[in-house]
Write a protein of this length. Structure first.
Length: 317
């Protein structure tokens, strides 16, 4: 018996409230995209075989659910610690595969708790669940919380999802990882940056929230790619996102400028980067931006909005 799991990257637009004075923190906006993907297969096996980087997720699952005998093989994958959400998709894909092999119904929220994912931003978990390409979550209550921390360093459950919305079908995203020296942020470095950057002034949170509610959301729902792109541009200058972009510095900032010069409607950095994404109005514009960015990027992806979540299917015997 075996199963195939295919999970999709996500773009993290911003954390909404890194101030917390109203009794909640975090809150996230993000996009689920068709590319790149992680694809793995899982089969029952007499032994225990899987790539080393999936080991922590297998062990976390077994700690709660008991020992397993499984062979996990990764058929496709994308880069880690570049802002595209690989860690959450790998953790949830592993857990979902093990659930299916046991004949269990996949409970994504429970798996996220087991794997320690979604405790800051809920976008990656919601993207795996599916139901909308534009995802907004409401963060977490501050009761009992002592500090701002990234996902993976907190035991909080995945954030409550406020909205899962479609994006215009003709819209395209171009994602580029800078060729120039850029920083991959994870582990203790990410913890230190959260502690250094937060809390941000409440005025920044208020301006960002207004921008999301009255510019980014209308642009998405009314199919106005120009307005949506402008909103993504504006997000880079506010709140926690502004500090994230400044930390990455010139390689990211110059790449965003180049994409806009090539015709993209807007540009942003996903999560702590260094991946940069560009909002495009269709295939022609996306191809032009992608081709123009290639000399400056180590890797370029072109994607559509993705509404369906992770794909799970039984393998032929």
């Amino acid at each position: 018996m075996g199963f195939r799991i295919q999970a999709h990257a996500r773009l993290h637009v911003c954390l909404l409230d890194m101030n917390g004075s109203l009794g909640r923190i975090n809150g996230s906006v993000g996009f689920s995209v068709s590319e790149p993907v992680l694809e793995l297969t899982a089969r029952s096996d007499d032994g225990h075989s899987f790539p080393r980087y999936l080991g922590p997720y297998v062990r976390a699952y077994e700690k709660v659910e008991g020992s397993t005998r499984v062979r996990l093989e990764v058929k496709k994958r994308f880069e880690t610690h570049v802002g595209l959400g690989f860690t959450t998709q790998a953790a949830l894909s592993t857990g979902a595969a093990l659930d299916l092999l046991r004949g269990k119904r996949v409970n994504v929220r429970k798996l996220a708790l087991i794997m320690g994912r979604g405790g800051t931003s809920g976008v990656g978990v919601a993207s795996f669940e599916g139901g909308g390409a534009l995802i907004i979550d409401l963060g977490h209550k501050t009761i009992g919380m002592q500090e701002f921390l990234p996902s993976g360093h907190t035991a909080r459950p995945p954030a409550t999802v406020f909205a899962r919305l479609p994006l215009p079908a003709h819209m395209r995203f171009v994602m580029a990882i800078p060729r120039a020296a850029a920083k991959r942020v994870s582990g203790s470095v990410e913890v230190k940056l959260f502690r250094r950057f937060a809390p941000v002034p409440s005025e920044q949170v208020e301006r960002l929230s207004r921008l999301i509610l009255f510019k980014l959301l209308p642009g998405a729902l009314e199919g106005d790619i120009g307005v949506l792109g402008e909103a993504v541009d504006d997000v880079q200058k506010l709140g926690f996102k502004k500090l994230e972009v400044e930390y990455q510095g010139e390689p990211v900032i110059e790449l965003m400028k180049e994409g806009r010069r090539l015709g993209a409607a807007g540009s942003g950095m996903s999560s702590f980067g260094p991946s940069v994404y560009f909002v495009c109005s269709g295939d022609r514009e996306a191809r032009s931006v992608s081709a123009g960015l290639s000399p400056y990027a180590a890797r370029v992806y072109v994607a559509s909005p993705w509404n369906r979540g992770a794909l799970m299917e039984r393998l032929p015997e």
